[in-house]
Design a protein around this ligand. Structure first.
Ligand SMILES: [Zn+2]
Length: 419
């Protein structure tokens, strides 16, 4: 089981890597040709996260590229029965409001200004809805939401957010009131702030937050999978999603979604095509859900959950990997590899220039510098001014803990690997 899980994790990692690299493929022909083509040709079983990327690669002749979505734990997110939903809404005082929700890391590729514009149009056209926009995000990074509200003349109290208390781990839903505020549950001063990657709600609490919503709206410029869309679907919400990039998969009728129109803009630098979502489309799709007959709405909401169970559940995605691995032919491995000897007591001569210093590690620890030179270019990189020298920390560091004590870590370029 452990090795199967490891293989699964590794494959998911590979897929994630390529999904990240190729999510913007369609917009960059040269990028396709230089990077995409060479990489795709060498990969026999090539999987991407979204059908958008599959179509883009198929279009330039890589017909072996297929989509396997990132798997999701489906047990954590579900719709409460009406009684519990009402109880929850009463608790936060939102029982009379039509709640539009968006769960996101406050990054610039999440289209917050567009959503605020769309929300404003909707509230002007539908005052009876008493609509509130619930932005489950951190207010101290990315978009300056408070400034946007002032600029767009939107009532601060119409925008709700999630506060999380790092002292008692409870959350509150209310308009933004600043950071490090007093927690109303445990009365601790300075303990409550908008939910963020350091202090945030757990899955059980997030499921409750989705259950406070009447519709889920996810406008973005582009993305690899956008997990909150699938979580929202699992809680049986109609999802409004920008009809671009991975969003194409989650805005269809069969997915329980509705598409948001967008127009193209180019990202400075990469020149990738990005989507800017139409506020009018956001407003009209919110309105469509708001005015949707109850029976039709429930049917669409149930479709939402079913779509994720069928296309993103661990059972379904795991099965795709099982079938893939089972389809491979048997391989003969030679297990009679000689044990390599390491000199773990070698003390490096720190007066050596960088290049010679690294070479001396290979020669004296591994005993054969040439065999490992350039062997693992992706794992570690030590640079001197004349040449790039690649070393393999897996090979080198696994047996030689002293390297970290040698106080030469400034040679290791970790910047490029920073997530
Ligand atoms: Zn508290």
């Amino acid at each position: 089981m452990t090795s199967a899980a490891a293989v699964f994790g590794l494959l998911q990692g590979i897929i994630r890597k390529y999904a990240e690299n190729y999510r913007d493929l369609e917009s960059e022909v040269e990028f396709h040709d230089s990077l995409g083509r060479s990489a795709a040709d060498k990969i026999k079983n090539y999987y991407v996260w979204a059908s958008f990327a599959e179509k883009a690669l198929n279009k330039i002749g890589h017909n072996h590229v297929k989509t396997i979505r990132g798997s999701i734990e489906t047990q954590n997110f579900f719709r409460f029965d009406n009684q519990d939903r009402n109880k929850l809404r009463n608790f936060f005082g939102t029982q009379d409001n039509f709640i539009i929700g968006f769960v996101f890391r406050n990054q610039l590729r999440k289209s917050v200004p567009n959503l605020l514009d769309g929300f404003k149009i909707f509230t002007q056209n539908n005052p009876d809805a008493k609509a509130k926009l619930l932005l489950h995000t951190h207010w101290s990074e990315g978009w300056d939401i408070l400034k946007l509200l002032k600029e767009k003349n939107i009532e601060r109290t119409d925008i709700l957010t999630t506060y999380f208390c790092s002292s008692c781990n409870r959350y509150d839903i209310k308009p933004f009131e600043g950071q490090k505020i007093k927690c109303k549950f445990c009365n601790q001063n300075n303990s409550s702030e908008t939910t963020n990657v350091k202090n945030g709600v757990d899955e059980r609490q997030l499921n409750e937050i989705y259950n406070l919503m009447d519709v889920y709206c996810h406008p973005f410029t582009s993305g690899g999978q956008e997990l909150p869309i699938q979580e929202a679907k699992l809680t049986e919400l109609v999802t409004l999603v920008t009809n671009y990039s991975c969003g194409e998969d989650c805005c269809t009728d069969e997915s329980g979604g509705l598409p948001l129109d967008w127009t193209e803009y180019r990202e400075p630098g990469t020149q990738f095509i990005k989507a800017t979502t139409s506020p009018i489309s956001i407003s009209s799709q919110i309105e469509k859900v708001y005015k949707m007959p109850e029976e039709e709405k429930r049917s669409k909401e149930k479709k939402s959950r079913q779509f994720v169970l069928e296309n993103y559940s661990i059972e379904k995605i795991g099965k795709q990997f099982e079938d893939l691995i089972d389809s491979f032919s048997d391989v003969e491995f030679d297990y009679k590899k000689e044990q390599e000897i390491r000199n773990i007591h070698f003390e490096p001569d720190n007066s050596l220039p960088d290049k010679e210093w690294v070479e001396s590690l290979y020669e004296n620890i591994l005993g054969h510098y040439s065999n490992y030179h350039l062997a693992h270019p992706y794992i570690g990189k030590v640079k001197d001014r004349a040449n790039d020298i690649f070393i393999s920390p897996y090979k080198l560091f696994s047996d030689t803990k002293w390297l970290f004590r040698a106080n030469r870590s400034s040679f290791l370029e970790t910047k490029s690997r920073k997530e």
